[in-house]
Every structure is written in structure tokens, then in C-alpha cells.
Design a protein around this ligand. Structure first.
Ligand SMILES: C[S@@+](CC[C@H](N)C(=O)[O-])C[C@H]1O[C@@H](n2cnc3c(N)ncnc32)[C@H](O)[C@@H]1O
Length: 262
């Protein structure tokens, strides 16, 4: 049987696949955690198509000239939640505030234990310039426990609130909804452990894997868009090299640091 991916690239402890995650992920066996940033709900895509993107507003509240070039999550949410059966730890998914209840309903209908919605506060989000209502200044991510027994994390009694600019100086700008790598780093530190295998089946430009490489986690990333896939490969390669130069633990580093396979 042919592989369900068009490309597979191994970089350090990270493996990146080009193709449809709903076809590829079930072939990959168990992972420790899903930390993913799937497409937004249709309501956000429609708002962007209805003018915000044309006016140069980015989905995450900062300025950009790019529209979203992928379909909303709504039709696929249940199949993404089904992937939770492949996971032995945290199932984390970013979403709009409007999407929290939809994710919670889908997760509560699965074997996973829904925990709560955390918030990513964006201190540099764009104001609502027309003054007709409040601007969006945060996103959520829902977290559910897919493992056995009680859920575990590394942050004690800390609140699930993360404050991180959405437009840091080192944002690549190559993806319309690029997450800050420092945000993903902090989430990996709190929810996962060194050496864990973390999967992001909607990796976009690869930010979750960049954070995995920089924190000594292993990563699986899947992206359907070849342009974003190439960008993710470049970013992960740089992160793996940086981690090595800084003497950080990078599991399973390949001798040539960038190896094509499959
Ligand atoms: C919200 S973006 C992720 C952005 C990412 N966090 C980053 O920092 O660049 C969601 C990504 O999922 C991809 N995608 C959508 N459906 C997919 C599918 N079925 N399989 C693989 N990738 C998919 C889109 O092309 C898009 O790049």
C-alpha cells in the first residue's frame, strides 16, 4: 500500500509529513501528546472573507495582507477528536473563544476527559478601529486528558493564562496564523516532559515543532500545504541547529541534521 504522505522529512527528533493529517495520523501509532493549532471555526473564516483580510487584518489580531487559504475546522472536528484515542497524555487544540464550547462538546462525547479552556492574551492585538465594539484580544486553547489515571502537568496551581505578543520581532510572517514560538515553548514546558513525543497534525509553518526542538521534546508535524511545509522544514532545521549549538538536549539528532526519507 502506498504511503499516505507526499513527503516525509526527518530533522533531529522531529518528523515532518506533507499531506492530509486525517489520512496520515492514523498510520503513525501512539504519541504522548497532541499540541495542535487547527484551522479556526467557520465564523472566523467568514468574518475574514467578509472584509477583515481585505482590509489587511490578520486572524490573530495584527496586521497582514494574507487571507486564510485553508478550510475551517467545523466539518472535521469530530474526526480530529477521534485522533485522541492515539494519545497517552494531553490533547490540546487552539480555537477562537466562540469555538470553545464546540470543542468541549465534541471532547465530552469522546473517551477523553475535558479539563478546561486556557487563554492566550495578546497585548499587541489590533484595536477595533471603527469603534463599533470590542476588538478580539485573545485566543483559547482547550485541553483534555487522554491518558490513564489523573491528569498531570508541570505547573502546579498556575492559571491557564499565557501572555505573549502575537507579533514578536522574530515572527517569520510566512504563515497567516503563525503562533509565537515562545508561547508554544511555554505550553510544552507546562504540559509535557523532555523526550516526550508531541504531535501537531496542523503544523502550518512548524511552530510547535520549533518549540519541541528547543525544549528537548520529539515532534511529529503534518501539513497539507507544500509552501508551509517547506517553511516548517527550514524553521525546524534552524531550531535543531540552534539547540545543538546551545548545548540543549535534542533527542535523536541525525549526523547531517537534515535527512530526507520515505
Ligand atoms: C492555524 S494553521 C497552523 C499555524 C501554525 N500553528 C503556525 O504557527 O504556523 C492550520 C494549518 O493546518 C493546515 N491544514 C488544514 N487542514 C489540514 C489537514 N487535513 N491536514 C494537514 N494540514 C491541514 C493548514 O494548511 C494550515 O497551515
Amino acid at each position: 500500500m502506498a504511503d499516505p504522505w507526499q513527503r516525509k522529512v526527518v530533522i533531529g527528533g522531529c518528523t515532518l509529513y506533507l499531506g492530509d493529517c486525517l489520512e496520515i495520523m492514523p498510520q503513525l501509532g501512539r504519541v504522548d501528546h497532541f499540541v495542535k493549532d487547527p484551522p479556526y471555526e467557520a465564523i472566523m473564516h467568514e468574518a475574514l472573507a467578509g472584509g477583515a483580510a481585505r482590509k489587511g487584518l490578520r486572524a490573530d489580531g495584527y496586521s497582514s495582507s494574507r487571507e486564510l487559504d485553508f478550510a475551517p475546522i467545523d466539518e472535521k472536528r469530530d474526526r480530529v477528536v477521534d485522533l485522541g484515542t492515539q494519545c497517552d497524555g494531553w490533547f490540546i487544540a487552539f480555537c477562537t473563544p466562540e469555538g470553545v464550547g464546540r470543542w468541549a462538546d465534541a471532547i465530552n462525547a469522546s473517551p477523553m476527559k475535558y479539563k478546561r479552556a486556557c487563554a492566550w492574551i495578546k497585548p499587541d492585538a489590533m484595536p477595533q478601529m471603527n469603534g463599533q465594539g470590542p476588538a478580539p484580544g485573545y485566543e483559547n486553547f482547550v485541553c483534555a486528558w487522554a491518558g490513564k489515571g489523573h491528569s498531570r502537568w508541570n505547573a502546579g496551581g498556575k492559571c491557564g493564562v499565557y501572555v505573549e505578543p502575537c507579533n514578536p520581532r522574530d515572527r517569520t510572517g510566512g504563515h497567516p496564523t503563525e503562533k509565537p514560538w515562545r508561547l508554544m515553548r511555554d505550553i510544552l514546558f507546562d504540559f509535557t516532559n523532555a523526550g516526550d513525543l508531541v504531535a501537531d497534525p496542523f503544523m502550518g509553518s512548524g511552530t510547535t515543532l520549533v518549540a519541541a526542538a528547543l525544549t528537548g521534546r520529539r515532534g511529529i508535524g503534518i501539513e497539507q500545504n507544500p509552501e508551509y511545509f517547506e517553511l516548517a522544514c527550514r524553521r525546524v532545521q534552524k531550531a535543531v541547529l540552534s539547540a545543538q549549538q546551545l548545548g540543549l538536549a535534542v533527542p535523536q539528532v541525525q549526523p547531517d541534521m537534515f535527512q530526507e526519507a520515505g
